[in-house]
Structure formats: C-alpha cells, structure tokens
Design a protein around this ligand. Structure first.
Ligand SMILES: NC(=O)c1ccc[n+]([C@@H]2O[C@H](COP(=O)([O-])OP(=O)(O)OC[C@H]3O[C@@H](n4cnc5c(N)ncnc54)[C@H](O)[C@@H]3O)[C@@H](O)[C@H]2O)c1
Length: 349
C-alpha cells in the first residue's frame, strides 16, 4: 500500500511511519515540521527506498493538491495536528487553523484526487482523533467511551478535534469519500515530546527537579503504548469498514498519581538515587482549567470486528519507555533546548 501519512515527524505519526516501512508499505510523510516535529524519529525509515518526505503545511491547499497528484496514494492517514492541551489553552488559534481548516483542506484535496482517479473503491481517508472529544467520565469503572458516546469536548484542543471528526463524517455522507476514523486514549512511549507528562516526569526526576502533578493526581487516563497504537492504526486503514469509527485504548486505566509512582519505582530500580526515592520529588500544582476527570475506552468494537488488543501492560510499556529515555539522551536534550519547550506541565494528551 502507498500511504500518505500527515504528521509523520511527530510522536504517533513517526511510530506509524517506522512500522509501515518495516512492513513493506510505501510511505509519503507530509509534515510542516512545527516545534513538535523531529525528523530523527524516522531517520532509519528514511534510509529506505519506500520512504519519501514532503515538507508542507496542511493549511496550504495548493501544496496538498500537488502532493496528492505527485504521489497518488492508496490511503491517507491523517495525524497532523496541534496536539497539546495546555498549548491550546494558552493560544487556541493554531488549533482552529490546523486541526479544523487543515483537516478541511486535506478532505478537499483527497476528494479531488479520489474523484479524478475514478473514485477507486479501495481508497481510504483515515482520520486519527482522540477520546477527548467525548468529554469527561465519572469514576465508575463500568462507564466507558464507546463509539456511540455523544461528543462533549471541553478544551480548545478537544473541540478542534471534534470539529475535524464531524467534517470527516460529513465528507463521507455528502460526497461518499471512503473514510475511517479512530479515537484513541493517551499515548506514551519512545520519541514522546519532552513537554508531555511521562517524559516530563522521567526527565525532571533524572535532573533532580520537582515532579509536577496537577491537582491531587486523581485524574484517570487509559494509557496506550504508541507502538501498539501504530499497529492498530495500520490494521484499521487496511481492514476497517468504510464510514466506521473505532475506539483504541490501552486497557490500562491509571490515576496520574499511580502513573507517576510507577515511573518513580522503575527509575529507583534502574538509576537509584544516592538517597531516598524519586517519589520524594512529587509536587502537587494548581489544576489545569477544565481538567477532565477520567477518560476510559471501551475497546469492544475493534476487538470483536478486527481482532485487535494491546500487546503490553502499562507497567511493561513504561519500563520500555524509561529505558528508551535513559538510552537516548542526545535525542531529548536537543528537543529540550528548543525555544519555549518544557515550560508546560503536559498532563493532557
Ligand atoms: N498523543 C496522544 O496521546 C494522542 C491521543 C489521541 C489522539 N492523538 C492524535 O494523534 C495525532 C498525532 O498526535 P501526536 O501526539 O503524534 O502529535 P505531535 O504533536 O507529536 O505531532 C504532530 C505532528 O503534526 C505536524 N503538524 C502540526 N501542524 C501541522 C500543519 N499545519 N501542517 C502539517 N503538519 C503539521 C507537526 O510538525 C508534528 O510532526 C493528532 O491528530 C492527535 O490529535 C494524540
């Protein structure tokens, strides 16, 4: 398959690019290279003749049309987005332009290309979204997000992603564009940008700095290992039913405090401090406005229809992640040195 992957220099997109190339797919990585991008994430895949890169902004429709015409992809996997909740609270404008208008441009460029190619049946526009569009859940473990949960986004980020989901569904209903959608829970793993929660905790712990936790740390997230997510995404783009959406979760609900304590335990074992535990550095900070209490995915549909389940527990995934950060200091130091990075707590997506 020839895949046009947008946002392939970001955290999840790069995992998709690496996995797709390793499985013999051709990949065109379309990325504007914003502050969140890092082409080192795909350095090995970029050596392959299966890989091509196009630096382009999804707000630039002409550029998108040129790229579709030049590469003639079999499918699009649309991940490019502004993705950081805290940044969306500081400045929502980029989220509206990239996540909403950018997705509209992608849909129109895809539709033009698909119509021009005679509406090939096998073409797919796979839109990658978040469980944050569903809002916040109560603590009751029997209540989870299903694909039918009404949308109730509460941050500028999740509202912009919800808007883009609606556009994608409308392009299917109105124009017949063969779309599939996925909504996933919080990802973590190698190459996670250093201002998101898990890398912030690992890197602050190693630097002897406070480990910031919003509120009382009781917010619950369902943690999905990024390489498991990439595997699920490739399955959906190949086998997902047209017009259908699939929730993808890690089946690993943890409070933020539990998560941070687990990370501290792994670090205590791998890189013991001279005295005490990394948990001594935990600090509670003022909560984020509108901080959703709990996200949890009901994974029944993707399990029943496509036979997919996550391969690792959160403890296994965190162990691998901590080891990756210990082994790849040059990668994260270079990103920490970028202007304006690391000033946020990053407890969101
Ligand atoms: N990280 C998570 O836990 C999570 C959870 C659910 C859903 N998602 C969704 O998955 C997708 C990828 O998330 P991520 O965490 O990898 O994000 P990321 O911020 O790490 O990467 C986003 C990538 O998109 C690129 N990009 C941003 N604006 C662009 C534009 N205007 N034109 C072209 N490229 C642009 C960036 O350069 C970057 O490489 C997003 O759509 C996000 O909403 C992420």
């Amino acid at each position: 398959m020839k895949l046009l992957v947008t946002g392939g220099a970001g955290f999840i997109g790069s995992a998709v690019v690496r996995l797709a190339v390793s499985r013999g797919h051709e990949v065109v990585n379309l990325d504007a290279l914003t502050y969140a991008a890092c082409l080192d994430n795909v350095a090995e895949a970029a050596q392959s003749s299966l890989y091509a890169f196009e630096q382009a902004d999804i707000r630039d429709r002409d550029a998108l049309e040129r790229i579709f015409a030049k590469h003639a992809p079999d499918a699009v996997m649309h991940l490019a987005a502004e993705s950081h909740v805290d940044r969306s609270i500081d400045g929502p404008g980029d989220f509206i332009e990239t996540n909403i208008t950018g997705t509209y441009n992608m849909l129109e460029a895809a539709r033009k290309y698909w119509a021009g190619a005679g509406r090939p049946e096998g073409f797919r526009f796979h839109h990658i979204s978040t469980d944050e569009v569903f809002g916040s859940l109560p603590a009751d473990p029997s209540v989870q997000f299903t694909e039918d949960t009404p949308y109730d986004p509460r941050s500028p980020y999740s509202a912009s992603k919800a808007s883009s989901d609606h556009l994608v569904r409308a392009w299917h209903e109105t124009y017949g564009l063969p779309v599939v959608l996925t909504n996933c829970s919080n990802n973590y793993g190698p190459y996670h940008f250093p201002e998101k929660l898990i890398p912030v905790i690992i890197l602050n712990a190693l630097a002897g700095r406070p480990l910031p936790i919003y509120g009382d740390g009781s917010n619950i997230r369902d943690w999905l290992y990024v390489e498991d997510h990439a595997d699920a995404l490739l399955l959906v783009v190949e086998k997902g039913a047209v017009g259908r959406s699939y929730n993808i979760g890690g089946e690993n609900e943890r409070t933020n405090l539990e998560l941070v304590r687990t990370l501290c335990g792994i670090l205590d074992a791998k890189r013991p401090k001279a005295q005490g535990s990394y948990t001594d550095q935990i600090t509670f900070v003022t909560d984020r406005p509108g901080h959703d209490a709990r996200y949890a995915i009901d994974p029944s549909r993707i399990r029943a229809e496509l036979g997919w389940r996550p391969s690792v527990t959160v403890e296994e995934g965190l162990e691998r992640t901590v080891q990756w950060y210990l082994d790849n200091e040059a990668w994260w130091r270079a990103l920490q040195d970028r202007q304006g990075v690391g000033l946020r707590l990053g407890v969101g997506s």
